[in-house]
Design a binder for this molecule. Structure first.
Ligand SMILES: [Mn+2]
Length: 335
C-alpha cells in the first residue's frame, strides 16, 4: 500500500520559474504533491525542458510566460503531454494573441502565479500555505489582489513582510544558484519560515548591502528624458536599478540597460510607477520591433532587447510614446 502510494506520488513533475513568485508557486505545488520532482525553467527553455516530462503521470507548470515566438510549438507539445498525463499549466503573464485556450490552462492576469497555484490546488493544501502565496505575491508586486488582502488579515503583516522581504532578497541574491533554490523548496513547501531555512538570512543581508551600493550608484548616474529615466550598465540588479532610475530621475518609467557584447545589443529592464496610465507591455510590444528588437512583460514591469545602434532612437521614441499614452488616459478620465 505504502509502496504503491509512493509510486503514485513519484509520478508528479513540477516545472517552475526561478524568481520569488516561481519558487513560492513551486513550493505550494510541492506541498500539494510532496513526492514531486521540482525543476526550474524559463519561457525560452520550457519546450526543451519538457523532455523530462516523459513518464510522469502528473505535470504541473507554473509562472512560465508563454513566449510569443514559440507559442504554437509549445501548445502542440503541451497537448501531447495532456493526452497521456494530467497537465496543469498555471500562469499570469499576458498570453500571445495567437494562443487559444485549453482545458489544462489556468490563466489569470490579475494575480500572481503563487496565488493562482494555491487556488488551483487548494483542495490538497493546508490553509497556512496562503502565507507562502503571499510571499510570492509580494515578490511579483501582486499583493493588492482581493484574496491576498483578505488572506493578509490572518497574519501579523509586520512579521509576514519581514519573512517575505528576507526570502525575496535572498532569492534575488542567489541568482542562478538553482541548487540553493531547489533546497529551499522543500522547507518552504512545509511552510517553514524563511529565516529558519539555511543561508536565507545570510544571502538576504548580502543582497541588501549590494542593493544599497547600487542605489547610490544609480543616484549619481541616472539620466532623464521627458517621461523616462535610465541608467546604463549599472553593474548590478537590473530590476532594482530600473526602480531607482525612476525614483532618482523622478519619472514615471525607469530603465536599466546593460550592453551585451555577444549580441551587440542592450538588454533592458523597465519599471512603470504609473502602470494605470503607462502600460509597458503594450508599449514595448509595439515599439521594440520597430527598432529591430523585442520586448514585453507586465504593465508595470517588463524587459526588452534592442540592437546597439538603435538604442538612443528607441529611448526617444519610447519616451514620446509614454507621453502620448499618459495624455490619452488623462483625456479619457476627463470624459
Ligand atoms: Mn510571476
Amino acid at each position: 500500500m505504502t509502496k504503491s502510494r509512493k509510486h503514485e506520488d513519484k509520478s508528479t513533475l513540477i516545472l517552475t520559474h526561478g524568481d520569488s513568485d516561481g519558487v513560492c508557486a513551486g513550493a505550494i505545488a510541492k506541498s500539494a504533491y510532496p513526492e514531486a520532482d521540482v525543476y526550474f525553467t524559463s519561457p525560452v527553455g520550457v519546450i526543451d525542458d519538457l523532455n523530462i516530462a516523459d513518464g510522469y503521470r502528473n505535470v504541473i507548470i507554473s509562472d512560465i510566460a508563454i513566449d510569443e515566438k514559440h507559442c504554437m510549438d509549445l501548445f502542440k507539445r503541451l497537448d501531447e503531454i495532456a493526452s497521456v498525463a494530467d497537465l496543469t499549466y498555471i500562469d499570469h503573464h499576458p498570453l500571445p494573441d495567437r494562443c487559444v485556450t485549453a482545458n489544462w490552462l489556468h490563466h489569470d492576469r490579475g494575480i500572481c502565479a503563487s496565488e493562482l497555484t494555491y487556488k488551483v490546488l487548494e483542495d490538497r493544501l493546508s490553509r497556512d500555505m496562503r502565507r507562502v502565496a503571499i510571499y510570492g505575491a509580494i515578490g511579483d508586486y501582486y499583493d493588492s489582489s482581493p484574496s491576498v488582502k483578505e488572506w493578509l488579515r490572518d497574519w501579523d503583516k509586520r512579521s509576514l513582510f519581514f519573512q517575505a522581504g528576507t526570502l525575496i532578497q535572498a532569492l534575488i541574491y542567489s541568482g542562478r544558484n538553482y541548487d540553493f533554490k531547489r533546497k529551499l523548496i522543500v522547507p518552504l513547501s512545509h511552510d517553514k519560515i524563511p529565516t529558519e531555512i539555511p543561508n536565507v538570512l545570510k544571502y538576504a543581508k548580502e543582497g541588501a548591502s549590494l542593493e544599497e551600493k547600487l542605489r547610490i550608484h544609480v543616484k549619481h548616474e541616472v539620466k532623464a528624458l521627458n517621461n523616462l529615466a535610465y541608467v546604463v550598465d549599472p553593474n548590478g540588479y537590473m530590476s532594482k536599478s530600473a526602480i531607482y532610475a525612476a525614483s532618482y530621475g523622478q519619472r514615471d518609467v525607469g530603465i536599466s540597460a546593460e550592453f551585451r557584447h555577444k549580441r551587440n545589443a542592450y538588454d533592458m529592464s523597465l519599471r512603470s510607477r504609473n502602470s494605470e496610465s503607462v502600460d509597458l507591455n503594450l508599449l514595448l510590444r509595439r515599439i521594440a520591433p520597430l527598432f529591430g528588437g523585442s520586448g514585453g512583460g507586465h504593465a508595470a514591469a517588463a524587459g526588452a532587447r534592442i540592437p546597439k545602434d538603435s538604442f538612443n532612437a528607441f529611448l526617444r521614441e519610447l519616451d514620446k510614446a509614454i507621453g502620448v499614452q499618459k495624455h490619452r488616459v488623462a483625456k479619457f478620465n476627463e470624459i
